[in-house]
Design a protein around this ligand. Structure first.
Ligand SMILES: Nc1ncnc2c1ncn2[C@@H]1O[C@H](COP(=O)(O)OP(=O)(O)OP(=O)(O)O)[C@@H](O)[C@H]1O
Ligand SMILES: C[C@@](O)(CCO)CC(=O)[O-]
Ligand SMILES: [Mg+2]
Length: 442
C-alpha cells in the first residue's frame, strides 16, 4: 500500500513570535511543498522488519528494526490514530536515543528533532509496522518558510491516509483533498510533531500548511482571509541558518525579563495584524486605490519589522536586505522566526520590471537567493498508488497526438517528459524558483 502526501510551506505577513504570546498573526500558504511517500510493507515484502527513512534531497537513508523500536519504547505497542497525543519527556528521550544510533553527521545535527518527530508520529499513528518513508522538499530547511510544519503535515497526512480512521477510496485518482474533520485531525497530529521540533509552537505554521489559503490566526483559532487584491511578495533567503526553537525561547526569556514592555509590543503587533487583514480583504474601489492599499501594507510591514527588532529576532543579514530594498523605496520584513532565514518584500503592482530586476541583482550580489512564490494556494493533498498508473492513458493519448502531428516521439520520451512535469512536485517548484533568475516574470 502506498500513498503520497504533499503540504505547502508558508509566509507570515505579520505577527510571528507575538502569535506565540496570544497576538493575532496573518499567514499564507506558498506553492513550495514537502512531499512524503509512505509505503507500508506486507509480510512477504518486509524481510527483517525495518522502518526505513529516505531523505532524498540530502541523500540520507536511516533505518531501524521494529524489534529495536519495541525494545526502546516497550509501552508504546498500540497505535491511536484518532487521539493525537503529546510525546512524554521519557518517550522523547528514547526517540532521541534511537535517532542518535543513526550517527547523523555533525553538520546536520538540526535534523535530529525532525527525525524524532517522524518516529513519534509514525509509531503513534501506524504502530510498529515495517515501512519505507521517502521525503523530498522544495523548501529550504530552517529558513522561515515553515519547512518543519510542512514536514509534519505531509507526514501526518500520509500516515492517517493509510490508517483506519480515514475511510478513503484508495484507487489512484490524482491529488485529492481530505474532508474538514480529517484535516483537523492531521492538523492536531502535525502540531504534536511541531512541538517536538519547536518546543512551544503557536500552531500557525501547521494550520496554514494543512488548510492552505491565507489565514488570520489567534490562540489556536483560524479565520480564512479572501484577498481583495493581488499580492506579490519577493522572498529573499539570506541563507543564514537558524533554529526556530532557540529564537522562540529567546523571545520568551526577554518577555520574562521585561513583561510590561513586551506585553505592549505584543499588543501593538495584534493591532497591526488586524489592520493588515482588513486592508488585504477590503475591495479595491475609487476611494481606496490599489496603490493606497499597498502603501498601507508597506507601512504595517515596516512597523511589524521594527517590533520584531524589539523582540531581538532580527539579524545583520536581514538588516542588509532591509537597507537594500529601502534604496528602491520598497518595504520589507523578516518572515518566520527570523535570526537570518527569509525576508519578504512587497512588490507593488505598478513597479516596473526594470526596478525589480535591479533589486534582485543587488540582493544576489550580497550572496542572497531570491524567489517569487504563489501565495494563498492549496493546503495538504494526498495521492494513492504509484504515479504512473493513473497517468498511463494520458501518456498514450499524447503519443497518439504526436504521431498524428508527425513528431517522432516514442512512449518512453513522452513518459520522461510527463514525469519531469508532474512526478516530483519538487521538480515543478524548482522551475518556479528558477523564475527568479528571469525576473521579467515579476
Ligand atoms: N524535509 C525535511 N526532512 C527532515 N526534517 C525536516 C524537513 N523539513 C524540516 N525538517 C525539520 O525541521 C527543522 C527546521 O525547522 P525550523 O522550525 O527550525 O525552521 P522552519 O520551519 O524552516 O522555519 P520557521 O519555523 O521559521 O517557519 C529541521 O532542522 C528538521 O529537523
Ligand atoms: C516564530 C513563530 O511565531 C513562527 C515560525 O514560523 C513560531 C510559532 O508561531 O510557532
Ligand atoms: Mg518551523
Amino acid at each position: 500500500m502506498e500513498v503520497r502526501a504533499r503540504a505547502p510551506g508558508k509566509i507570515i505577513l505579520s505577527g510571528e513570535h507575538s502569535v506565540v504570546h496570544g497576538s493575532t498573526a496573518v499567514a499564507a500558504a506558498i506553492d513550495l511543498y514537502t512531499q512524503v511517500t509512505l509505503r507500508l510493507l506486507s509480510d512477504s515484502e518486509s524481510g527483517e522488519g525495518l522502518l526505513k527513512l529516505q531523505l532524498k534531497d540530502m541523500g540520507f537513508e536511516f533505518s531501524w528494526s521494529i524489534r529495536r523500536i519495541k525494545e526502546m519504547l516497550p509501552d508504546l505497542n498500540t497505535s491511536h490514530p484518532s487521539q493525537p497525543m503529546a510525546c512524554s519527556p521519557e518517550s522523547l528521550k528514547s526517540l532521541d536515543a534511537l535517532v542518535e544510533e543513526q550517527n547523523i553527521p555533525e553538520a546536520k545535527v538540526g535534523l535530529d528533532a525532525g527525525i524524532s518527530a517522524l518516529l513519534w508520529l509514525y509509531i503513534s499513528i501506524q504502530g510498529l509496522k515495517p515501512a519505507t518513508v521517502i521525503v523530498t522538499s522544495d523548501l529550504p530547511l530552517g529558513s522561515g518558510l515553515g519547512s518543519s510544519a510542512a514536514f509534519c503535515v505531509a507526514l501526518s497526512g500520509a500516515l492517517l491516509a493509510l490508517s483506519d480512521v480515514t475511510k478513503l477510496d484508495l484507487s489512484p485518482q490524482g491529488w485529492l483533498s481530505f474532508g474538514e474533520s480529517e484535516l483537523e485531525l492531521v492538523n492536531k497530529w502535525a502540531f504534536e510533531g511541531e512541538k517536538i521540533i519547536h518546543g512551544k509552537p503557536s500552531g500557525i505554521d501547521n494550520t496554514v500548511s494543512t488548510f492552505g489559503n491565507m489565514i488570520m490566526f489567534k490562540s489556536g483559532k483560524l479565520t480564512c482571509i479572501k484577498s481583495g487584491m493581488p499580492l506579490r511578495m519577493l522572498i529573499t533567503n539570506t541563507k543564514v541558518g537558524r533554529n526556530t526553537k532557540a529564537l522562540v525561547a529567546g523571545v520568551s526569556e526577554r518577555t520574562s525579563r521585561h513583561p510590561d514592555a513586551m506585553s505592549a509590543v505584543f499588543s501593538a503587533v495584534d493591532h497591526i495584524s488586524k489592520e493588515l487583514s482588513t486592508v488585504i480583504q477590503s475591495p479595491v474601489h475609487e476611494d481606496l486605490s490599489i496603490t493606497e492599499k499597498e502603501n498601507k501594507i508597506e507601512e504595517l510591514m515596516e512597523m511589524n519589522q521594527g517590533l520584531l527588532q524589539c523582540m531581538g529576532v532580527s539579524h545583520a543579514s536581514i538588516e542588509t536586505v532591509l537597507r537594500t530594498t529601502m534604496k528602491y523605496k520598497l518595504s520589507s520584513k523578516l518572515t518566520g522566526a527570523g535570526g537570518g532565514g527569509c525576508v519578504l518584500t512587497l512588490v507593488p503592482t505598478l513597479l516596473s520590471g526594470t526596478v525589480v530586476d535591479k533589486v534582485i541583482t543587488e540582493l544576489k550580489s550580497c550572496g542572497f537567493q531570491c524567489l517569487i512564490a504563489g501565495i494563498g494556494g492549496k493546503g495538504l493533498e494526498i495521492c494513492f498508488g504509484r504515479i504512473f498508473r493513473h497517468c498511463f492513458p494520458v501518456i498514450l493519448k499524447l503519443v497518439d497526438q504526436s504521431a498524428s502531428l508527425g513528431f517522432e516521439t516514442n512512449a518512453t520520451q513522452w513518459f520522461e517528459h510527463w514525469r519531469s512535469d508532474h512526478a516530483g512536485q519538487s521538480e515543478s517548484a524548482s522551475a518556479n524558483i528558477a523564475v527568479d533568475a528571469n525576473t521579467s516574470n515579476v
